[in-house]
Design a protein. Sequence first.
Length: 147
Amino acid sequence: MAVVDPEMEFSKGMEALNSGDSLAALVHFGKAVQAGEDPLAKSYYAYCIARERGQVQKGIALCHEAMAQEPDNPKHYLNLGRIYLTARNKAEALRVWREGIGMEHDAEIAALLEEIGTRKPPVISSLHRDHLINKYLGILLSKLGLR
């Protein structure tokens, strides 16, 4: 049986993930995790199993393990946020990404936050954001270019 080089498998996994092939990345990250205890490989593996296999809870648990090993690495926050977004939990994904970018600037997290965007404050702050007046006044002002 051949000896697996975890660094090489991680590199191949990153290549596959960057080219959009998360299934191949899952295989490579899985080999890297089995061969060594690299928290970054575990974090990317967690994202891939959540995305490809739908194992969101397992992915979240693995990401938290990686974060416990390397709490200052923003890539763990990037992957955890991606897992939450895969699970359609946008609010939690945004919270995690903001926490991660607060630790250290990461271009990928910044791009995702920019892509998703932030909501503007309600037009009438004394009313709830979902109030009909706020909703339609916000739409009207946006169309007029005043907001």
